[in-house]
Design a protein around this ligand. Structure first.
Ligand code: TXA
Ligand code: MG
Length: 338
């Protein structure tokens, strides 16, 4: 049985008690929902891997309530100090060297001497972690390879019966996971794009930031920097194909009755589709990022839909994170005019 908890003090205390007993609780953040368990003990962390069916060579994010808690585990340089002062709490995850290699269980770090630290905006989640007084792991609350979850209902869809509780705090506002920046290397490097952009990071640290603009590709046998990037990701069971706004008219002429379209409101209007075959991404890249995973999940549950055409957007600002997730969902498939 998976308990559905709310954000009142009593329920948060209940969640903290579950964590203290080595249990697993899904929690809200402004990016996506996460799955929490005591990050300092290996047995609770193993339950998170099992619940997600996540491969063990993919390390977890460590979620902290504030920078004081972070300092118990990681070494902070000038860049880390500046980024924390500017962006925390918020959607920026930092890869930092650990104070010592054994300070976190090896299933959290996958044996690396660094770890990923995040301090989410959610006051509820930060209260939970400070009540518990230890960091909690925080991978996204979806089955491995599936789109991340942005509502408690989506978490229940994937995790009911697999974890002890979910705290419902309504939909996540951003909708795609945090930016990950690696500070364990001489030049700060973006490992996963998110709401905080490389330019914003560079402006705060006053140094260049490496941002591999092409999707991270991993050569066989080479360890990827963000191990999670090598797996099939964000993938619904339906086929996903990316199309460009200027090709909408052409696409309309070849659509099959089992095809659905996911696009910004003005582009979607051109298709004139029934509700069960269409989903609006709103007006801009912000709303598109917020809607993407919900929409992919909704179509996954509609038997009449076989294929989902999703509008591509410019890779700037949050559009870069949106396209990064969409390209993975689509496995790189694009609609091309014959
Ligand atoms: O927004 C988010 O970051 C969400 C919410 C719930 O906080 N969490 C999230 O966690 O996206 P997850 O586990 O789905 O993604 C964490 C990524 C993985 O790709 C993992 O490989 C990478 O961070 N990672 C973790 N530790 C790392 C390390 N020491 N070095 C490099 N990459 C690391
Ligand atoms: Mg994930």
């Amino acid at each position: 049985m998976t308990l559905l908890l709310h954000t009142n003090d009593q329920d948060i205390q209940r969640a903290a008690d579950i964590l203290a007993k080595g249990g697993v609780v899904a929690f809200p953040t402004e990016t996506v929902y996460g799955i929490g368990a005591d990050a300092t003990k290996s047995e609770p962390v193993d339950k998170v891997f099992a619940a997600k069916k996540r491969p063990h060579d993919n390390p977890l994010i460590v979620t902290v309530s504030d920078d004081q808690m972070l300092r118990r585990f990681a070494k902070l340089d000038q860049r880390a100090e500046k980024l924390i002062a500017h962006f925390w709490p918020g959607s920026l995850t930092l890869i930092l060297p650990l104070l010592d290699d054994e300070i976190l269980p090896s299933n959290v770090t996958a044996g690396l001497s660094t770890a990923a630290f995040r301090n989410p905006k959610s006051q509820v989640t930060r209260n939970l972690i400070s009540l518990f007084n230890n960091p909690i792991v925080g991978p996204s609350a979806n089955l491995s390879t599936k789109p991340s979850t942005t509502t408690a209902a989506h978490v229940m869809h994937d995790m009911a019966g697999r974890i002890d509780a979910v705290i419902d705090d309504g939909p996540s506002q951003i909708g795609v996971e945090s930016t990950i920046v690696d500070l364990s290397v001489p030049d700060a490097t973006i490992l996963r794009p998110g709401a905080v952009t490389a330019d914003e990071i560079a402006a705060v640290i006053g140094e260049k930031v490496i941002d591999p603009s092409s999707p991270i590709t991993v050569a066989k046998g080479v360890a990827p920097k963000a191990p999670g990037m090598k797996y099939r990701h964000y993938a619904p069971s339906k086929e996903v194909i990316i199309f460009q706004a200027e090709d909408a008219e052409q696409l309309k002429t070849v659509l099959k009755p089992s095809d659905a379209v996911l696009a910004l409101t003005d582009i979607l209007a051109k298709f004139d589709l029934p509700e069960e075959r269409s989903w609006s991404l709103g007006q801009n890249a912000d709303s598109a990022a917020e809607e993407l995973f919900s929409a992919l999940r909704a179509f996954d549950d509609r038997d009449s839909v076989q294929r989902i055409y999703v509008q591509g957007l410019a890779k700037k600002g949050i559009g870069e994170a949106y396209m990064n997730r969409l390209e993975k969902s689509a496995g790189g498939q694009h609609f091309h005019l014959e």
